[in-house]
Design a protein around this ligand. Structure first.
Ligand SMILES: Cc1cc2nc3c(=O)[nH]c(=O)nc-3n(C[C@H](O)[C@H](O)[C@H](O)COP(=O)(O)OP(=O)(O)OC[C@H]3O[C@@H](n4cnc5c(N)ncnc54)[C@H](O)[C@@H]3O)c2cc1C
Length: 390
């Protein structure tokens, strides 16, 4: 059984089906789907899509960017530039790309449906978990019981499965994210770059990149809130966004005038933990390693998790407790590195005063090869090196 039908849950269901299991995905929402926003995918995500047999479905819906670029949002200084064209793809064996979240989700959904071994059950919120030596039993909001050999908790940042076994506190960052998708016709020509682009400013930043063949642009802006925040999503207010970007240059600031409607995320993460597996239950995706978004790797990690889970089951002949333990030992340090690096990256993005000057000097004159070397630990992941040695 898989709790949650997001990107992580579908990837897990597909991986388990490939390992010969019949899988039930229990999703609380009325339908299996994703929100209307974009996301970035590193080559590691495409290695994982490939390992799950849906690489072409994902690649065909993605936009391959030519470069990543970071500008100082006050004076437009170019802080960093990393080409992601042919040399990058040759080095890492797959592209850097941006994709509509619905399209990434659909690539996995098609794989799940084609497998013929996955049952998708909506309107079903997992509330209670009971496990014994041979099985796990879930109870949903209607009081119905669902019994299976094992449980993958892929139920996102507010995971009920994690709460049952770990019950650790979350850490509200006070960083608020506004996201929107804008049609090309409404997006400034001067910013129609085929790139993952970021403008970094004092206690704020702005991101934009193309989606769906360049017919749309994803706009994501982040700021440190003045008020106490409660973790969650709500409708955004254009007036609120505008009030936070007064110090930013007009070229970047025009981004916040574009969207007709915004969604607002008050973000949080959790400290990494050293145990995700509890007998026949394990955690995956945001349930296992909720992170701030600054490394743009949360979904990439969820898909990697799924591949690693399958490989662990393969290595242990589907002995669930042994495989789940191998899986967690293969994943914990890598995903904790994402969580911790992401916090540091947020600090670099939002630097002010002298820290800003240091940030702007960090990568001066750095060659693409040196950037690529620094990214090897992240983008060099693949199915043949995903498992811990024992
Ligand atoms: C602003 C922002 C930008 C981001 N950008 C990127 C990016 O560029 N690249 C990237 O790789 N990642 C990015 N991420 C991270 C990425 O969105 C997440 O890591 C990813 O979606 C996690 O997938 P998941 O399946 O683990 O969780 P979710 O997508 O949260 O899915 C969990 C599912 O479980 C269901 N559920 C929850 N509780 C229950 C329950 N009790 N019973 C049944 N169902 C339940 C939910 O309805 C949901 O469908 C970003 C995140 C944010 C906030």
């Amino acid at each position: 059984m898989v709790a949650g039908g997001g990107i992580g849950g579908l990837a897990a269901a597909l991986a388990l089906a490939q390992q010969g299991f019949h899988v039930k995905v229990l999703e609380q929402s009325a339908s299996i789907g994703e929100i209307g926003a974009g996301m970035q995918l590193g080559p590691n995500a495409f290695h994982a899509f490939d390992a799950l047999g849906v690489g072409e479905q994902a690649r065909s819906r993605a936009v391959y960017t030519d470069y990543m670029v970071m500008h100082d949002a006050i004076d437009e200084y170019q802080v960093g530039f990393i080409p992601t064209g042919a040399a990058f793809q040759q080095r890492f064996g797959n592209p850097y790309a941006v994709i509509h979240r619905v399209d990434a989700h659909n690539a996995l959904l098609e794989g799940v449906q084609a497998s013929g071994h996955v049952q998708l059950i909506t309107h079903t919120c997992v509330q209670h978990i009971h496990q014994d030596a041979d099985s796990v039993t879930l109870t949903d909001q209607h009081g119905h019981a669902h019994r299976g050999l094992a449980l993958i908790g892929a139920d996102g940042v507010k995971s009920v499965v994690r709460a049952h076994f770990v019950n650790d506190p979350h850490r509200v960052t006070g960083h608020v994210v506004y996201r929107a998708v804008v049609d090309k016709a409404d997006f400034p020509q001067a910013l129609q770059w085929n790139a993952a682009s970021i403008w970094v400013g004092p206690a704020c930043h702005l991101v934009h990149y193309p989606l769906r063949g360049g017919e749309q642009y994803n706009v994501v802006v982040t700021f440190h809130s003045r008020q106490a925040e409660v973790w969650g999503v709500s409708e955004g207010s254009p007036e609120e966004v505008k009030s936070y970007f007064q110090a930013v240059c007009p070229k970047a600031r025009q981004l916040i005038d574009l969207p007709k409607s915004w969604k607002r995320w008050a973000t949080a993460d959790r400290d990494p933990i050293d145990r995700w597996t509890f007998g026949r239950t394990t955690l995956l995706g945001d349930a296992a390693h909720p992170t701030t978004q600054y490394m743009a790797q949360g979904a990439c990690m969820a898909i990697e998790d799924a591949v690693t889970l399958r490989e662990a089951l393969k290595a242990h002949d589907n002995d669930v407790p042994k495989a789940f333990d191998r899986y967690q030992r293969s994943r914990i340090a890598r995903t904790a590195r994402i969580v911790l690096s992401s916090r540091e990256m947020g600090r670099i993005y939002h630097a002010q005063g002298v820290e800003r000057l240091v940030r702007n000097d960090l990568w001066r004159g750095r060659s693409p090869e040196r950037f690529y070397d620094a990214m090897e630990w992240l983008y060099g992941w693949n199915v043949s090196n995903c498992l811990s040695p024992t």
